[in-house]
Write a new protein. Structure first.
Length: 437
């Protein structure tokens, strides 16, 4: 008698992603905009009223899984078709089978994975059968169907856009893999929350990549009597990026952005570039760093160099256009400029002082001289009376009071003598001297 082994069980020896493929909508992770309670696609699946459709989205977000769930719920014949391995001959054979079923009153749902790989002639072969209702076509593609699917065929299909999974969705998928009998519950895997989040970050919205990475990390873990322990060193080899163990939502995230901010404030470009690169290597979204640079440009440079703000905004736009890895040089440009720029926090201090007054003091009415008077009633109420038009004067200044009376002696902006602000400070001093006469 042949001895059975664990590896004789194909289900258990199959890849983790295959073993854990969701079988119901309740098990499905992500895509709440499509299959959440009451959403259109969920209702179509639950009512078995599927019409021809295209699932468009990046790899590993559930296109094939949704088709599998439809297959398990529909009363129609379900045929799984791959654009990679099939040609015109295979298409025609399936279409003949579907047409025979239609004449017998049976529906056929045909799932075509990677439909964008079919050429125009192959896609045209589906068209008459979709039109006649011989088949309900479900296509899956990672490419924009507007460019990759024939217009005539696309016009007869509803397009559902699947989004990359959020890190929180991937964490749930990984937790399920660790606790499921189809996963690793029997192996008693010990893995930290930070390591799970590192895998989720590395997967970049792809559940298949996340599960494959987890499987690799467990396979390379330390085995003991207590179970398997995933080590940082082993995980680093799986994801090939040591600093992905940096937690984008935890303490290290705030430590590194603080180090970047304070290095720029201290005019240390080398340290600033180092901390920025540490964050990027850790998987930080470059747009987050760019947003912090925009804040820094006004908070710590301000009027000392007013070119800093548009440069920081331009760096953000460059990051948005290009993404990683190309945008790293744009961030380096902005970080270096901000680190070397003259520093002034006068705008930040002015804003904070004014916010405190607005919070603590009564909301004063706008002085009449500053109000517009578009109607006769407003003019009768003396709106605009006493307004002085600065452009009518040689100095482009007037003695008109713009502050509420109770705050007439309040000052918020105290310019420094750093960079361009030295000139602004002198101008403000002259303005105040002229108005005090």
């Amino acid at each position: 008698m042949k001895q059975m082994t664990l590896f004789d069980d194909r289900k258990l020896s199959a890849p983790l992603a295959s073993r854990l493929r969701p079988e119901t909508l309740e098990e499905f992770a992500g895509q709440g905009h499509l299959i959440g309670e009451g959403k259109m696609l969920r209702q179509l699946i639950e009512r078995d009223q599927i019409s021809s459709m295209i699932f468009w989205g990046p790899p590993g977000v559930g296109k094939t899984t949704l088709a599998s769930i439809i297959a398990s719920r529909t009363k129609a014949d379900f045929i799984n078709f791959s654009a990679v391995t099939s040609g015109i001959k295979e298409i025609r054979e399936v279409m003949v089978q579907a047409e025979n079923s239609r004449r017998m009153g049976l529906r056929t749902v045909l799932f075509v994975d990677e439909i964008h790989r079919f050429n125009k002639a192959q896609q045209d072969a589906f068209l008459p059968f979709v039109e006649k209702g011989s088949i309900v076509l479900i296509g899956a593609t990672t490419e924009n169907p507007s460019f990759e699917v024939n217009a005539a065929l696309l016009s007869r299909c509803r397009v559902f856009v699947l989004r990359a999974l959020e890190e929180s969705d991937l964490v749930k998928v990984l937790d399920h893999a660790l606790k499921s009998p189809k996963g690793f519950v029997a192996q008693n895997v010990r893995i930290t929350d930070q390591q799970i989040r590192a895998i989720a970050a590395f997967a970049n919205g792809d559940a298949r990549t996340a599960l494959n990475t987890l499987e690799m990390a467990v396979t390379n873990g330390e085995i003991s009597a207590e179970g398997i322990r995933v080590t940082d060193e082993g995980l680093e080899q799986c994801i090939s990026r040591k600093s992905l163990l940096y937690d984008k939502n935890g303490e290290e995230h705030y430590n590194l952005i603080s180090a970047l901010h304070k290095s720029m404030r201290n005019s240390d470009p080398d340290a600033a570039i180092y901390w920025m690169c540490r964050m990027l290597e850790g998987g930080e979204n470059p747009l987050y760093i760019a947003r912090r640079l925009i804040r820094f440009a006004s908070e710590d440079v301000g009027m000392a160099d007013s070119h800093a703000l548009p440069l920081a905004v331009a760096a953000y736009q460059a990051c948005h256009f290009l993404g990683m890895p190309e945008c790293d040089v744009h961030l380096t440009h902005a970080v270096t400029y901000l680190a070397m720029a003259p520093k002034s926090n006068s705008l930040y201090m002015a804003c904070e002082m004014c916010k405190q007054d607005v919070k603590d003091l009564r909301a004063e009415p706008v002085p009449l001289q500053l109000r517009n008077a578009p109607t006769k009633l407003m003019k009768d109420l003396e709106y605009g009376r006493g307004y002085e038009y600065a452009h009518d004067t040689q100095e482009k200044l007037t003695h008109m009071q713009c502050m509420p009376e109770s705050l007439s002696h309040r000052e918020y902006y105290y310019p420094t003598v750093q960079g361009e602000e030295e000139e602004i400070s002198g101008r403000l001093k002259k303005i105040k001297e002229w108005k005090s006469k």
